[in-house]
Design a binder for this molecule. Structure first.
Ligand code: UDP
Ligand code: MG
Length: 310
């Protein structure tokens, strides 16, 4: 098998068919040795029915994995990669925001430049609000400072990976998966290719600001222990300041005999310090929660059914 195409799908009933047609015209007509791996991530609409109808088509080899509930895109990607048998594996969304024609370009780059092991596509121009763009920039700056691996701004999951890269991704046993980090962590030589993102054919994006924030925190916790170090440093700095302040108060009282005054100062200090303490406990809690999840060692997803054609 030359190319496996992994497609995570969550409530994409109206996109599946047009997506397939586009893949047939842009990919299957050019590359015959291809398999499509659809992962139905517990959709609540008719995505499974649409996928079953597709498996009756014989233009492309289709494998479909259907989860017992929604486990998230990360789980869907893992299931897709585990089922991919191709020499190369592409990851693409089902909503047609990413035109399958770019997969041909990515494959060409890999074939012409054997020094590259993968190609990741990034959006040439982001169609998102300035506020979101600002927060995303902050996230990338922060995570790049905090981790030893480099996170490429804008690089998405839309990419083509060589067999070696897929095997490396699958060799990472963690349950809390953050693919952006995993793709960077495994290393290899990745070419970054710009592409023009299109608008979603049907349905809505599954992301909102809060989901993105949780995803960002998840990524930082999964790939950096710097927040823990930072909380220790803050604790140490506060301890040193408290000693200096205490000495100052004692000396001032001994020399000038001033009574200790300033209830508001005390109240604000207590608020400030307890805030910092809670923040640090929260940071530790994030790591603890991850250890808890990892130690339970539950499967990343549960398969309800699997079907394929040919
Ligand atoms: N997706 C998924 N599980 C989820 C959320 C999304 O498999 O829990 C799939 C979705 O069907 C789509 C891809 O992941 O094919 C990207 O999702 P979406 O379009 O919502 O993200 P965006 O393009 O806005 O980043
Ligand atoms: Mg999308």
């Amino acid at each position: 098998m030359l190319l496996s195409v992994v497609v995570p799908c969550y409530n994409e009933e109206n996109n599946i068919r047009p997506f397939y047609d586009k893949v047939v015209s842009e990919l299957c007509d050019i590359i015959q040795d291809i398999e499509l791996i659809f992962v139905n991530d517990g959709s609540r609409d008719k995505t499974v029915e649409e996928l079953k109808k597709l498996t009756e088509q014989t233009l492309c080899k289709i494998k479909a994995v259907s989860f017992s509930r929604n486990f998230g895109k990360e789980a869907a990607l893992l299931a897709g990669l585990e089922n991919a048998t191709g020499q190369y594996t592409a990851i693409i969304d089902a909503d047609l925001q990413q035109n399958p024609k770019y997969i041909i370009q990515m494959l060409d780059i890999l074939k012409k430049n054997p020094e590259y092991d993968g190609v990741a596509a990034y959006q040439r121009q982001r169609n998102e609000s300035r506020v979101l763009s600002f927060f995303k920039n902050c996230f990338y700056k922060l995570i790049n400072k905090m981790t030893e691996v480099e996170f490429y701004r804008s690089a998405s999951d839309f990419r083509v990976l060589s067999r070696k890269m897929v095997d490396a991704v699958l060799s990472m046993p963690e349950k809390c998966r953050f693919s952006k980090g995993i793709f960077s962590w495994i290393g290899f030589n990745v070419y970054y290719m710009p592409y023009d993102v299109e608008s979603r054919l049907s349905g809505n994006s599954k992301w909102n600001f809060w989901k993105l924030t949780a995803y960002a925190i998840n990524g930082i916790v999964a790939f950096s222990d710097k927040p823990l170090i930072l909380s220790s440093v803050v604790g140490l700095l506060l301890f040193i300041s408290a000693i200096i302040l205490m000495l100052f108060v004692i000396i001032k009282t001994l020399i000038f005999g001033d009574p200790v005054a300033g209830f508001p100062t005390l109240a604000s200090l207590i608020l400030l310090l307890s805030g910092i303490q809670l923040l640090c406990i929260g940071i530790i809690g994030q790591y603890l929660a991850k250890i808890y999840t990892e130690s339970k060692s539950r499967p990343v997803y549960i398969i309800k059914e699997k079907f394929e054609n040919k």
